[in-house]
Design a protein around this ligand. Sequence first.
Ligand SMILES: *Cc1c(COP(=O)(O)O)cnc(C)c1O
Length: 440
Amino acid sequence: MDAAEFRKRGKEMVDYVADYLEKIDKRQVFPDVEPGYLRPLIPDCAPQDPESFEDVFKDIEKIIMPGVTHWHSPYFFAYFPAASSFPALLADMLCGGIGCVGFSWAASPACTELETVMMDWLGKMINLPEEFLAGKDGQGGGVIQGSASEATLISLLAARTKTIRLVQSEKPELTEADIMGRLVAYASDQFCATLGTTPSCSFDKLLELGPICNKENIWMHIDAAYAGSAFICPEFRHLLNGVEFADSFNFNPHKWLLVNFDCSAMWVKKRSDLIGAFKLEPLYLQHHHHESGLVTDYRHWQIPLGRRFRSLKLWFVLRMYGVRGLQEHIRKHIRLSHQFEDLVLQDERFEICAEVILGLVCFRLKGSNELNKELLTSINEAKKIHLVPCHLREKFVLRFAICSRAVESTHVKFAWQHISQLATDLLKAWEQNHHQQHQQ
Ligand SMILES: *Cc1c(COP(=O)(O)O)cnc(C)c1O
């Protein structure tokens, strides 16, 4: 493919993606395929001779789409949202075009510097304490990780190194191995301090945890993967109170802030804590500058060496939506979750299982776990909408997460009517079963 063909095919691909997203509500949200569906549809090994773009292109609908779960369908209510927007898609295209690997400042200065500034913009949007920002010469700062899980692991590793050095400064006779075996990490069943847990979107009490961590010299990492985006709205910012006690904080714009995967935003108060844990400097990676607020080598802030130009997505989205546009997106989703909550509450057969704070509703039929498992099965087998369950204490619970950028009140109403009808059918079948067993 030369540049001339790329121009042509690129435009075709943009049309294909625009059509896909514009008409996504016409596709069945969850695919019909069985495990192993794909292998028989394609050759056993890569082609020896090149194929044409047309050949590849026509296989998208034939081979790929039948096995796609449509996360951006307005009938998708599973997991948590996967963010997507047109500005972010375009920025990702540019990222691919530049194709740099920005592991150090010198490896691509724009890649590093835009990321530092975007992380400051984003930090200011959620009113993070000044200490977390890089500013012109701050000790803190932000970095884009691939996922919240990576951010948590990195915090753990940085905390470990920091503690080992602290103990060694007091007791130089201890080896690293001596100390390592005695370190303690405190966690709940959700692992670290969490704002917006995955099963039910509940919130840890930072104002209780934080002072204890600070007093005992314990590194506090806060995971707000999903909920963090809501803190750009002043009315939800109070949920982040207590972040001032934390050493590191993370949330995923790729969940709820219209930035396509992957973009997990992580901040630390002391960049030296991260760099201390990860710094490696072979000769071929050294350059003339020294790490400072001005020259950041992000390879010391993450597990991999290489990194993509992910801040372009943030830059495009923050500019083209503005804070106000993003706030509207968050508020709309939260309005819709309360609409769904109201519909559930009006039906005596159902109960709400956790306080609805953001865009997630946990609900179930009053009755056994078996009954609720069957309800979920019938919902997901009908494939008109898609949901996943969770366990809250001993209870099997259905999660209804507002996900799509395009979801409207009509989709939520449809989903509820559908669930309610399936519940009616299920309860009737259960009653008949019960009746028959009684007669026998
Ligand atoms: C989604 C989620 C994660 C995992 O996010 P990744 O970026 O996929 O690793 C972690 N913690 C919470 C609370 C989440 O909701």
